[in-house]
Structure formats: C-alpha cells, structure tokens
Design a protein. Sequence first.
Lengths: 260, 266
Amino acid sequence: MVEKHYIHHTINKEEKVISIREVYKSFGELDVLKGVNLDVYKGENIVVLGRSGTGKSVLIKLLVGLLVQDKGTVNVLGQEVSKLKEKDLNALRLRIGFSFQNSALYDSMNIRQNLEFPLVMNRKHLTKKEVDMAVDEVLDAVGLKDKKEQLPSDLSGGQRKRIGIARTLILKPEIMLYDEPTSGLDPITSTEINELINEVQEQYNTSSIIITHDLTCAKATADRVAMLLDGTFASVGSFEEVFAIQEERIQSFYNYNFVK
Amino acid sequence: MFFTRSRPKRYVFSKGIDDMLIGVYNAYLFVGRFFRELFRSPLHIRVVIDQCFEVGLRSLTLITLTGFVTGVVFTKQSRPSLEVFGAASWLPSLISIALVRALGSLVTALICAGKVGSSIGAELGSMRVTEQIDAMEVSAVNPFKYLVVTRVLATTIAVPILSLYCTFVGLLGSYMNVHAHEDTSFISFFENGFSTLSFIDLFTAVFKSILFGFTIGIIGTYKGYNATQGTRGVGRAANQAVVLSMFLIFIEEIVVVQVSNWIKFF
C-alpha cells in the first residue's frame, strides 16, 4: 500500500484554518450531521472517511456556503461562513479550491476556457498574456499541458479529475477541498491522483480536506484521518490510530477496503 | 433562497395543492431575483449577445418556413370566402391584421418555446445535476447572473425580432399568392395591408413578443436551474419548460388582446 511521504510541508498546529463546532444538518426527515466537531490546521491534509450517504460531501459544502447548517458554527480562515454577506462569501471562496466528485468541468468550453473562466471572471485586471501563463502553469502542475484545446468529453476520468484540480489551483487557494478524488478511477490513476494531492499540498502550501471512502487514498494523503459514523466523528487521529480502535463499524470499514 | 417543505407533519390542503403553491411561490422568488440581479453589474453583455445569436439561429429556419407557409395557406384559404362577397381586394388587409395582431408573434413564440425553451431547460438542468452550477458558485461567479439573467435577456430581445421577421415572411408568402392571382405590385400590397393597422396594433404586437420572450426565458431557466434527480430531472425540466411556456403564452395572448381591445375602445 502507498504510504504518505512527509517531505517538505509543515503543519502549523497553532493556526486553525477550519473550525467546525457542533454542526447539525438535516434534509427533511433525514438527520445527516449530528453535532460534528473538527479542526484543520494550516498545511494539514485531513481525510474524512465514511460510508456513502453519511454526510461527507455535505460537510465540505458547508465550508463554501453551498449549504447552510441548521445549527452550530463553521469557521473558515477566521470567518463564520453562514454569516457572511455575498461579497465577503465570494472573497472567501476565492481562497478555497473545491474539486468536485465528477470534476464538474463546463462541457461547453474547452480545457483552456475551463481553466481561464474563474480567472477571467475574478481577476479582470489580468492581461491575456498573464492569463495564458497561469493556464500553462496549472496545466504543467497537473501534467496535462498538451490537452489545452480539447473538450472535457475527450478526456479520460483521471484527466478530468486533474483538470478539475487545475481549475481550482489557478486561483492559488489556501484551502483545498477534494470530494471523492479517486472514485471511479483504476488503481494506477488513483495513485497518480493521490500523488498529485500531495504535490499540491507541498507546492501550493495548502491545507486540505479530502472526502473519500478509499483507504488507499486516505493512507497515501492523510496527515490525520477523521472517521464519520452516524453523523458524528467517531474517531480523529493518524491512520494507524483510527484503525487501531476496536470498534466494529471502524474495523468492518477497514476489512471491506483491504481484504485480509 | 428557495422555500422547501421540511418535516411535514400534515398538509395545509393536500400534497398536490401544497406542492403547486410552493412552486408558484418559488417561481415568484425566482422572477424577483431576476429583476434584482438585472440591475447589478456585471451584465455579461458578450454572453447576452452570444445567447441572442443562439436563440435566433436555433429557430430561424423553422420560423422562416412556418411564417411563409402560414402566409401562403391563410391567403389561399381566405380567398374563396372573400370572392363570394366580391371582397378579394381586402386580402392584404385581412392577412396583415391577422399576422401583425396575432399570428406572427404567436407562431414565433410557440416555435421558440419548443426549440429554445426546451434547450435552455435541458442545458441548465444538465449543468445543475453535473454540479457545473455549483462549480461556478464556488469559483465566486454568480451563476444566476451568468446563466439565468443572460438567457432571459437574450430571449426577451430575440423573440420580438424573430416575431417581426416571421410577420414579414408571412406577408411575403401572402403577397406571392396574391400576385399569382392578380397583378398586384409589392408596394401596393403592403400599402393596402398596413393602411388598416393602427399604432396600437403594432405596439401590442411588439409588447406581446417581449412578454412571450421573457416567459420562454424565465420558464426555461427556472425549470433547468432547479432540476433535480439526475438525467431524469433534465428530461423533465426540458419537457416542463415547453409545456408551461406554451400554456402561459396562450394565457398572455388572451389577456393582452383583451387589454388592447379595451384601450382601442376608450
């Protein structure tokens, strides 16, 4: 199994970039999050593990204001997300990169236009040359420089994930949120995406939350792992610490991922 | 901003009526938001122009064909009845009144509701279910402004232009039919036709087209923007956009005709 190689990045335990306190969220009759607490420190990759439908994606959508919690506080980069006005929320969103599960590339635009879009819309003072340079830089970072003029439909699943990550990197975010970065990918491509997540952390000095149920991804990218069970975090710690806990649901999660 | 019924203990009326009232309220909020966003910068003029071309090009062939056939057939069918009373010379006036007051804008609106409304509903619905709209939002781009306002503006601008074009093509078809039977010049046909039309007729026709264009845009975007349940939801959004647009267009037609008749009367 691929393990995380700690090379350059440092985690600043003094500085919290995300702080989630007693967060509750329901959809109709369904209670999804039931008193979630989590801190993410500067420079840290934290992996949120859990079965499908446990509210992992809901959790990161609260961080960018795509959803609003029913109760509790979500603090990102020192700001209470649910209390921000539209202008301030957009300013905060520019500091957060969100990589969607299915990449969410704009299918009517080619790759260059996809990458340019957030930059052109938000940094209007940039010249054409500066935009082109930024596009080349992020394409280089994800290793897909030759795909600039292709449409998203022409790319493989792994390439689309990379372009999705590149599109978030173009705004040089301080926080990266990855929603199921390796879902639907073969093991080799998954490994490449895991390496890319670590490279992004080192190169761009980002703090990240990685949502997944893939333990290989968790082991390869996590500084800490948070296990979401029944709407709360059952355990938070290093990969080894979390899976050393002799709790039936945690152990069965481990056993289903790694057939003994 | 949208209202949803959470944890229903019991319905106020019944599930169907409650859902319908919630739908009407949400549509009201959607239209309200459109007007609020319309007057906030940026307006994305370039996207509006691109969308106008899209709307125009998407419907031009069908509108040309339908407008022309309507003019020819309407003239051909009306001639025998008028000839009985020796009033065949009234044909240009009759056709002009019919095309300008009702058929031009109505035919155009129905074609656009089918072609453009469904296309907008499907496009935005697909963007919603594949999280492209969410991606826009987290990139600090206002998707409502970029996707909804631009498209509604485009249909509101393009449909009146297409209506005028359809009316002209219809009159051209009518002229060709008239010319085939009697030696009427192009200019005298149009002079004769327009002599019976008043300013209120032209104003009502343009106003109606603007209203139809707005309806097609707002319904298409509303259905697409709020699509749910994956690909099935996309199909439903496209379908509902067409059905609801056509239904509202007919209601608007009746209301505008009534109001214009009152204005003429006074």
